[in-house]
Design a binder for this molecule. Sequence first.
Ligand code: IMP
Length: 201
Amino acid sequence: MTGRPPTRLLVATTNLGKLDEIRRILDGLPMTLVTLADHPQTPQPEETGATFAENARLKARHYAVATGELTVAEDSGLQIDALDGEPGVRSARFNGESYPEKFATIQRMLAGRGTDASTARFVCAVALARNDELAWETTGVIEGRLHLPARGDAGFGYDPIFYYPAYGRTLAEVSAEEKAAVSHRGQAFRGLRAYLEKALG
Ligand code: IMP
């Protein structure tokens, strides 16, 4: 970034699970975090990107232009190797309204391929934009495997079916701190935090 460092940062997500994790990771940064609730009239962009990084960039630019704020956006999701990387960028929109329905769909699709297990990863692409300009970006990845049936009540989304071998538990069975220490989002937003701390001097 060039010029005087901004003191506000728009965290452009409507997903409350993500927002809670991001707030914890950026806690103590000398910036005022604002959310889309502070810009309620802003229309959502269509997530037309073929990759997490493309979607993160298009969301960051869209909200930065629409609001005039320094904006961070992220795009994330689950890649299941036995399903050729599905649901991937479609993780939020994947078959089924509820997560138990999505888990049942995954189990059926795996059965169709003659298995009930797979390695998998969560990916989180983060992009920072000022107006239409991309200022910084990164991607975090956490490797694990599917755990069906689902287990645990913490976290959100696909956490109950994502088993993290080093913890011997799913990400819905660990604390928010334990998840953030190893997660795709934790890695990516700690990177953002370091970048902003340096930019703020
Ligand atoms: P999007 O980035 O808004 O397209 O949505 C990403 C989707 O991926 C979320 O709605 C979840 O279904 C899934 N996802 C991303 N990160 C996580 C995570 O940390 N735990 C569980 N599910 C996640």
